[in-house]
Design a binder for this molecule. Structure first.
Ligand code: ATP
Length: 323
C-alpha cells in the first residue's frame, strides 16, 4: 500500500502526537504518501483530509493532545456515515488508515472494513489502559505519572493536617490508573471497579490506621468504583475523620508525554506503517499493541474480545505494602 491516512479518535491521550510523527516520518521514509485526517471519523466523513510532510510533524513530539484533533462522531456509527467516509477515501486516494484511539474507535474501524472493505491498523491510544490485548495503551504511563504527582502534593498537606483525601481518577471499567498510581504513590486504600470492597471494611482500615498512629490516608478511587461524595460521607460519619475529595478530571489527559509513551508511540506507529506497507491486497484489519515488551499485531475481533488484565499480583502487593 502506498497512500495511507492517519487519524486520532475518541479521548485524546499524551503520546498521540509522538505516534503521528512516527507514522508520518516512517511512511515517508518508505516512499509512501501520508494524509492527516482531522477530528477523527468526523473528518473522514467531512473530507477534512490534508497531505502531511516531514515538517508537518515538527515540534510535536513533546506535546500532549493531538495536532490532528479528535472527536466523537455519531454519524460514523451509521452505514450512511461510513459510506461517506469510504467514498472520501477513494476521492483522496487514501488506501488504508492508521486509527489511533480506544475500543470505540477500533469498533468503528472494524465496521468500516466489514461493511466497505476499508483496510486499517489500530493503535491503542487511551489513557485508561482498558484494552486487555495489550499490556499498555498510549497515554497511560503519562496519566499515571500526572496522578502520582497530584498524590505527592496532596500527601504533603494531608500529612501536615492529619486529614484523609479521596483522589478520584479516571477509569469507569478499568481501574489501572488508580491501581498503578495508588501502588506507586503508597496509597492507603485503592478502590477499582474490578474489586468490590465493602465500605465498612474501608472504615475499619481507617480506624486501624488511627490506632497505629497513622492519621492521614490517601484513598485512590477509580471513578467506576463508587461515588466519591457517598464514600466521603460514610467514612466521615463512621470514623469521625475529616476527608477531602479531589477530582483530577481532565488534568489527567493533558501534559507532556513521558519517555515510555513517546517510545511506545514510535514503536506502535512504525509497526502500523509496516503492516499497511506490506499489505498488497488491501485487506489488513489489525491492531497493534505491546506484550512482554514485544510489539504484537492481532485481529480487531480478537483484540476487542480480550478480557480484563486483572493485575491480581499488583493489587496483592499494594494491599500488603499499604498496611
Ligand atoms: P476512549 O477510550 O478515549 O473513550 P474511544 O475510541 O473508545 O476512546 P469512543 O467515543 O467510544 O472513544 O469512540 C470513538 C468514535 O468511534 C465514536 O465517536 C464513533 O464515531 C466511533 N465508533 C464507536 N463505536 C462504534 C461502532 N460500534 N460502530 C461504528 N463506529 C463506532
Amino acid at each position: 500500500m502506498k497512500n495511507i491516512g492517519v487519524l486520532t479518535s475518541g479521548g485524546d491521550a499524551p503520546g498521540m502526537n509522538a505516534c503521528v510523527r512516527a507514522v508520518v516520518r516512517y511512511a515517508l521514509e518508505k516512499d509512501m504518501r501520508v494524509y492527516g485526517i482531522y477530528r477523527g471519523y468526523e473528518g473522514l466523513i467531512g473530507g477534512d483530509i490534508k497531505p502531511l510532510e516531514r515538517g508537518s510533524v515538527s515540534d510535536i513530539i513533546q506535546r500532549g493532545g493531538t495536532i490532528l484533533k479528535t472527536a466523537r462522531c455519531k454519524e460514523f456509527e451509521t452505514l450512511a456515515g461510513m459510506k461517506k467516509a469510504a467514498y472520501n477515501m477513494k476521492v483522496f486516494g487514501v488506501d488504508g488508515l492508521v486509527v489511533i484511539g480506544g475500543d470505540g474507535s477500533f469498533k468503528g474501524a472494524k465496521e468500516l472494513f466489514d461493511n466497505f472493505g476499508v483496510p486499517s491498523v489500530g493503535i491503542p491510544g487511551t489513557i485508561d489502559n482498558d484494552l486487555a490485548y495489550t499490556d499498555y495503551t498510549l497515554g497511560f504511563d503519562t496519566a499515571v505519572n500526572t496522578v502520582l504527582s497530584a498524590i505527592n502534593n496532596l500527601r504533603d498537606t494531608m500529612t501536615s493536617h492529619d486529614l484523609a483525601n479521596i483522589v478520584e481518577v479516571m477509569g469507569r471499567h478499568c481501574g489501572d490508573i488508580a491501581l498503578f498510581a495508588g501502588l506507586a504513590g503508597g496509597a492507603e486504600i485503592i478502590l477499582i471497579p474490578e474489586k468490590k470492597v465493602d465500605l465498612e471494611d474501608i472504615c475499619e482500615k481507617i480506624r486501624e490506621n488511627r490506632v497505629k498512629g497513622k492519621l492521614s490516608n490517601i484513598i485512590v478511587l477509580a471513578e467506576g468504583a463508587g461515588n466519591a461524595e457517598e464514600i466521603q460521607k460514610t467514612i466521615e460519619q463512621e470514623t469521625g475523620i475529616q476527608i477531602r475529595t479531589t477530582r483530577l478530571g481532565h488534568i489527567q489527559r493533558g501534559g507532556t508525554p513521558s519517555m515510555a509513551d513517546r517510545i511506545l508511540g514510535a514503536r506502535l506507529g512504525v509497526k502500523a506503517v509496516d503492516l499497511l506497507y506490506e499489505d498488497h491486497e488491501k485487506k489488513v484489519n489489525k491492531v497493534v499493541g505491546i506484550k512482554n515488551n514485544k510489539i504484537v499485531a492481532e485481529d480487531y475481533e480478537t483484540a476487542l474480545k480480550a478480557t480484563s488484565k486483572g493485575h491480581e499480583d499488583l493489587y496483592t502487593i499494594a494491599s500488603i505494602l499499604c498496611k
